[in-house]
Ligand binder design. Structure first.
Ligand code: GDP
Ligand code: IMO
Ligand code: MG
Length: 443
């Protein structure tokens, strides 16, 4: 029995969807614990591409129970579209369960998200515009509407009428937008409620039951460590806690029920939206990484900013999440490069540091200090063991493990399930020590 959290160790889009799908094979239950439809997780199975925003990536296996936990925010319109798309592809969604205490994204959240970005002007965050921040803000302000409210037509009518009248003041007076019609939204959301009703449960209880029955549970993070509201590059972050600690809160279970944490990191770095990014390369190699890695957002289609691997932030992610081992994805994207740089430390105001500065203004002044390794200049996509990798690629991975101070359990060399090297079973294999000897992974 092992309960495992899969988290992003950078700024999101690390390939969590692919790794969760891969690991779901040995899980019984897959749980999403935070975030909303800002997430876009791509899973490629038998040449079919699935783009999931809220539904856990385990849904592609017919026998897995998939749970959308209490810490998420649910846009029912998008969730229903996602259900329809999966059903059209003959993927059963019968095993999908939705927490009744998750909060609901409403039309005014989407409107306020976009309008506030506009009002911020140069201070905009580059959000996905999916209403995520405003939904979590209402949760904190204690005026949010939860799935359980959606399920009771009279409660929904009463709460939505009050809330929309309240929001209309903000829409009209602050953003100069037309007011919303409560009745229209009540009717729309009552329809969504009927569609979702069969899936709604007490998710924390279901997860606890699964723990007691010694089921294997996989917790799928959305976004990434550097987008965490508390521990990321604030204010350029999302409004939830993607870090491993967030899994306990968002799923409604205790930390004693977690066995391990797997961090997913790209072999380079990307970021969507605004905010500091020390290793970013706007032109040249940055452009090459963007093209070879097809770095365009799954949710918004925006071009992702690209740069070299930043070992300082991944080592920080190891600390903040208690990562046991890493899954390194998209190594194949580096196949043709002559040489590859890795950021090993930063220089801040002339002083070298190995640590991620939690002061955002200092982080914005960080200059990367690089070490350069030779490229391997050959395709790795058909390698299935570490031994089959070119020596330079293996040296690159060993250097990443050494710098981040954790073993690498999985290496991904393509979007599909097959294009993967399992160095060591990350769920049932030995924890840390055997994989990681004297700072290098045992090949
Ligand atoms: P997530 O949000 O962390 O699940 O990541 P996304 O799905 O948004 O972005 C990762 C993208 O890279 C997707 O299009 C994946 O299909 C793709 N991908 C995942 N692993 C690999 C890999 O090892 N190599 C390549 N070339 N693509 C990959
Ligand atoms: P997955 O799960 C990458 C970014 C946005 C923006 C910031 C705040 O696919 O890795 P929000 O809409 O959440 O208020 O936007 O966070 N962002 C992501 N970047 N991957 C994601 O999810 C993201 N979800 C949000 O681009 O910078
Ligand atoms: Mg994504």
């Amino acid at each position: 029995m092992a309960n495992v959290i899969v988290i992003g160790a950078q700024w999101g889009d690390e390939g969590k969807g692919k790794i969760t799908d891969l690991l779901s094979k040995s899980a019984d239950v897959v749980v999403r614990y935070q975030g909303g439809v800002n997430a876009g997780h791509t899973v490629v199975v038998n040449d079919k591409t699935f783009k999931l925003h809220l539904i856990p990536s385990g849904i592609l296996y017919p026998d897995k129970e998939c749970i959308i936990g209490s810490g998420t925010v649910i846009d029912p319109k998008v969730l229903i579209q996602e259900l329809d798309q999966l059903q059209a592809l003959n993927i059963s969604t019968r095993n999908l369960l939705i927490s009744q205490t998750a909060h609901v994204t409403m039309p005014y959240h989407r409107l306020i998200d976009k309008a506030s970005e506009e009002l911020r002007g140069e201070r905009k965050l580059g959000t996905t515009g999916r209403g995520i921040g405003p939904t979590y803000a209402d949760k904190s302000e204690r005026i949010g509407i939860r799935i359980l409210d959606l399920m009771e037509p009279e409660v929904l009518r009463e709460q939505l009428t009050w809330t929309i009248n309240y929001k209309n003041v903000i829409l009209e007076k602050l953003y100069n937008l037309p007011p919303l019609d409560p009745q229209e939204i009540i009717t729309e959301y009552r329809e969504y409620a009927e569609r979702l009703r069969p899936h709604v449960v007490d998710a924390s209880l279901k997860i606890y039951d699964a723990v007691k029955r010694r089921r294997n549970i996989l917790f799928e993070g959305a976004q990434g460590t550097l987008l965490d509201l508390d521990h990321g590059t604030y204010p350029y972050v999302t409004s939830s806690n993607p870090v491993a600690g967030g899994a306990c809160v968002g799923a409604g279970i205790g930390p004693t029920m977690i066995d391990r944490v797997i961090g997913v990191a790209k072999a380079y770095t990307t970021r969507v939206g605004e905010g500091p990014f020390p290793t970013e390369m706007v032109e040249g190699i940055g452009q090459i990484l963007c093209e070879r890695g097809a770095e365009f957002g799954t949710t918004t289609g925006r071009k992702r900013r690209c740069g070299w691997f930043d070992a300082v932030i991944v080592r920080y992610a190891v600390r903040i999440n208690g990562i046991d081992c890493l899954a390194i994805t998209k190594l194949d994207v580096l196949d043709d490069l002559d040489e590859i740089k890795i950021c090993v430390a930063y220089e801040i105001d002339g002083i070298r540091t190995n640590e991620f500065p939690s002061n955002a203004r200092q982080f914005a002044r960080c200059k990367p200090i690089y070490e350069t390794l030779p490229g391997w200049k050959q395709s790795t996509e058909n390698c299935r063991t570490l031994e089959e990798l070119p020596k330079q690629a293996l040296d690159y991975l060993k250097f990443l493990a050494e710098l981040t101070e954790v073993p690498i359990a999985i290496v991904s060399l393509g979007a599909s399930r097959e294009r993967t090297i399992i160095v060591e079973d990350p769920i049932h294999g030995p924890k840390r020590a055997l994989l990681y000897a004297n700072g290098t992974p045992v090949a």
